[in-house]
Design a protein around this ligand. Structure first.
Ligand SMILES: Cc1ncc(CO)c(N)n1
Length: 227
């Protein structure tokens, strides 16, 4: 591999068309403008809460598969930050909308949500550590990108945006630190890997990025089980 080009640069370059779609999705844009229908936002908050319960289990598997104490510490810190810092956002919004913590936790995942988390959990449990990281990374990295983008696009109107806390959370130093650590970890773990393995990693990265798109879409459409 070209010494100056990191594997994460390649990932970003190739995933751009998918992430651009995510960034232009009406759910994301309307959230940025503060005009997203509350019904859609509430659907998202509830679905994302149970999504995060499963997503954070990937960090727990990361602790188990970590190669050294530093990696273990970082996985367990990010697990803690997800359950506390990130999910506090959901609990705060739920309280505003009159939804209890118990109600949040009892949310039944939609078909899209379930497909997304089962895909990641299957890779986490049956694949290698770097495959696990390739599933975690789009979630953390693209949310950080969206936080930065919405701040840049709509930051001047945050005081009147009822979803401002969402943008502030994903554009925060705390959230950025987790994303940056995962990007660096991806580069560390892929250093010197053969192309067939890099291709496998990129496949997971693209797949979970597409699931990110489906997640915006399913909340915008208020997806439920049809039967
Ligand atoms: C669906 C989804 N992807 C990524 C994140 C960021 O952790 C989130 N909260 N939800």
């Amino acid at each position: 591999m070209n010494a100056t080009k990191k594997f994460s640069d390649r990932l970003l370059e190739n995933v751009k068309p998918i992430w651009d779609k995510n960034h232009q999705h009406p759910f994301v844009q309307e959230l940025g403008k503060g005009i997203l229908a509350e019904e859609r936002f509430i659907h998202y908050m509830k679905q994302d809460y149970v999504y995060l319960l499963d997503y954070s289990k990937l960090f727990a598997v990361g602790v188990q598969k970590a190669l050294d104490l530093e990696m273990m510490t970082n996985f367990s810190k990010t697990l803690h930050d997800t359950l506390h810092f990130e999910m506090d956002l959901h609990r705060a919004f739920a309280a505003e909308f009159g939804i209890t913590k118990e109600e949040l936790e009892a949310t039944k995942p939609t078909p899209t949500n379930l497909a997304y988390t089962r895909y990641m959990l299957n890779v986490a449990q049956n694949g290698s550590l770097v495959e696990l990281v390739s599933c975690l990374l789009p979630c953390a990295w693209d949310y950080w990108e969206i936080g930065k983008l919405l701040r840049a696009q709509y930051g001047d109107n945050l005081s009147t945006n009822k979803y401002a806390k969402w943008i502030e959370t994903y554009d925060s130093d705390e959230f950025a630190a987790g994303a940056k650590w995962l990007i660096q970890l991806m580069d560390q773990l892929t250093d010197g890997k053969p192309e067939w393995e890099l291709a496998q990693i990129e496949e997971h990265f693209q797949m979970t990025s597409k699931f990110e798109y489906l997640f915006w879409e399913m909340n915008y459409q208020l997806e439920e089980w049809p039967i």
